[in-house]
Ligand binder design. Structure first.
Ligand SMILES: NC(=O)c1ccc[n+]([C@@H]2O[C@H](COP(=O)([O-])OP(=O)(O)OC[C@H]3O[C@@H](n4cnc5c(N)ncnc54)[C@H](OP(=O)(O)O)[C@@H]3O)[C@@H](O)[C@H]2O)c1
Length: 267
């Protein structure tokens, strides 16, 4: 297991790599962990989950604020600082009213993206008023929502199971947003994994036991373990949390001409 301590010099190099002004060279565990994000050219999707020992991301009533320990949270803020945009589902905005900003490390703030298929946000949510990074909201073209202050609303044609994550990524790419962090919740991450659109999955496990509540990743059921995802994985000791850095097999645009998206019914 790589023990991960990040120095100011390594973080500086990673921020330079993000800007394209440093070259790729592995020097320590932190560089190994973050350089695939900072150095990604073209579309790159990272999904991140902070969960308890028993796989929960919140209590049944939706309290998720301190599931991760301080080092898990700092890791999340580093990931935010290295991407162009961070995506959450409307369930997370309603439960947490998050800022989705970079506060625990120095670095740029990503564009904030919310998937709100049925247009339930009413504009009172904090991210529309906090003066932070730009906000983009994806809705179904058939939803009749209110105008949202300060946000760009993008209407997509909904499919049988909702908005196609590929259409979301394509719309972001047209805005020059290529490095993407899908931060949650479980249903939003599931849609991207199920569509084979995630390059890396980070699961940060904190030594607490919640006992019940939603799990971090919910995919359609499988019958046999031979059908389970078995990604190549590196493990890092962040300090307060243990991080599993999983390489998922992402489907590239050239592989998916004319394919229908399969999405979890419950996602
Ligand atoms: N610990 C962590 O790492 C972490 C991170 C983030 C969130 N959370 C917790 O997770 C919980 C929320 O998770 P959640 O799974 O309930 O909600 P969620 O994933 O935040 O949002 C799910 C909703 O977003 C909409 N949505 C997302 N992708 C869509 C798509 N491709 N097409 C159409 N609609 C889409 C759907 O809204 P409609 O139902 O309106 O169609 C869906 O029900 C909260 O308790 C939050 O605190 C934990």
């Amino acid at each position: 297991m790589g023990s991960m301590e990040i120095t100011e010099a390594t973080w500086e190099r990673l921020l330079a790599l993000r800007k394209g002004t440093a070259d790729l060279a592995s020097t320590d565990a932190a560089y190994d962990l973050y350089s695939p994000i900072a150095g990604a050219r073209g579309q790159f999707v990272l999904a991140q989950v902070g969960q308890s020992l028993d796989g929960r991301i919140a209590t049944p009533s939706g309290d998720a604020r301190n599931v991760s320990g301080p080092d898990g949270l700092a890791h999340l803020h580093r990931c935010r600082a290295l991407v162009d945009a961070v995506i959450v589902g409307v369930g997370t905005v309603r439960a947490d009213d998050p800022r989705l900003s970079v506060r625990m490390v120095r670095g740029p703030a990503p564009v904030r993206v919310v998937v709100d298929c049925h247009a339930v946000l009413d504009g009172s949510e904090s991210l529309f008023h906090d003066g932070g990074a730009p906000v983009v909201v994806f809705r179904s073209a058939s939803a009749r929502g209110r105008p949202l202050p300060t946000a760009e609303v993008i209407d997509l044609q909904a499919k049988a199971c909702g908005l196609d994550p590929r259409d979301i990524l394509d719309a972001l790419a047209r805005r020059n947003l290529h490095r993407i962090l899908v931060e949650g919740g479980a249903r939003t991450i599931a849609r991207f994994i199920d569509a084979n659109l995630v390059d890396r999955l980070h699961v940060a496990i904190s030594p607490i036991i919640i006992g019940s509540g939603p799990s971090g990743i919910m995919l359609p059921p499988i019958d046999r373990l031979t059908c389970a995802h078995r990604p190549a994985t590196e493990v890092y000791n962040l300090g307060s949390d243990i991080l599993f850095d999983c390489r998922l097999e992402r489907q590239r645009a050239s592989d998916r001409q004319g394919q229908e998206v399969r999405m979890a019914n419950h996602a």
